[in-house]
Design a protein around this ligand. Sequence first.
Ligand code: NAD
Length: 394
Amino acid sequence: MIVKPRIRGFICTTAHPRGCAAHVDQQINYVTEHGTASRGAFQNVLVLGCSGGYGLASRIVAGFGCGAKTLGVSFEKAPTENKTASAGWYNNKAFESRAAQQGLYAKTLDGDAFSDAMREQVLATIKADLGKIDLVVYSLASPVRQHPKTDVLHRSSIKPLGEVLDIKTVHVEKGEVSAVALEPATEQEIADTVTVMGGEDWEYWIDALLAEDLLAPNAKTVAYTYIGSELTWPIYWEGTLGKAKADLDRASGEIQQKLQSIGGDARVAVLKAIVSQASAAIPVVPLYAALLFRVMKEQGSHEECIEHIERLFTTQLLSGAHMRLDDSGRIRVDDLELAETVQAEVKRRWPVVDTQNLPELGDLAGFRADFLKIFGFGIEGVDYDAEVDPQRIS
Ligand code: NAD
């Protein structure tokens, strides 16, 4: 079949097998050329949420930069004869095949990381194949979580708190800037969002690994968060997602205590805004990101996802690294996004940006290109008019 992008709102319902593989290759090549500083830093790495965005980049840096064996967990859709898989399914296949070519262990377990059944499967795989884990990356982003103890299905919301929020946003496909009124979350929606995207599940994972003695001495764990600029705070940091991320901070403290017995370390790492399946769904963020990318590109400080994670590993996660910590003990690698010169310029453009001047003030084209890349489209060297088998990446 010939695969073209089919966009529905903030999701693309098709993914290109060869394009996704080529996108993974681009990231592997970047790390192979730049990421050697972290070689040997980690031996056995567990990545929860390994198939896209920051989790995939972390797995690539761990595998191809550090030379680590990687066990990944993700929730992806397999292809059928006439329907493409989800992008993450192809990414996993590409990662595994490139790792195999280099003699690197890589196994991916596909299923619900929130379930006890998946935890059991992961623990059994670690015992059988790896021994002990020295880095756990927690990079899940999900709209739902079935709680393993109650079986209740919780849905997260992306809403402001307290009152209706009138704020600017952009329709990514049409390029139209407009004002939206976002209804505030109910107490139940806040609680559900914390249950889905907060720190409880991260704690469950570390508890399970500790209980089975599967963490190596001095093991580390890192979970990803976003704080961003005051421009997005009303919908992000001060909204439902921010409440969930505050709970991640709480969990980090709890886990830090538990890891003391093995000399381990638990950190939340604050990352920059990128285009991912998760972030494209957040209102306001695409407009902010379009302005931000333009300004960071103009000022020469823009980083792609893989560059950002490579910097996280080589400057913050290596043993003995001088970590850039904030008052809450979080690792900050969002320093380039939050640099005074960048934020001052984004804030200058924010009140004046409209549909007409967006192409000049912002980089919506870059945002769209990054969005398509997530699904394997627009990657250099891929023939998008060629027939492909949706069940194979080559
Ligand atoms: P993403 O959508 O690209 O990836 C999410 C991953 O979670 C995928 O591998 C997916 O398969 C997996 N997943 C989702 N539900 C699952 C389940 N039930 N079981 C197993 N796997 C499941 O997301 P992302 O943007 O890379 O976000 C990862 C983390 O980084 C999140 O904590 C997010 O808040 C944080 N972060 C993102 C940004 C950003 O701009 N995208 C910025 C800073 C921090």
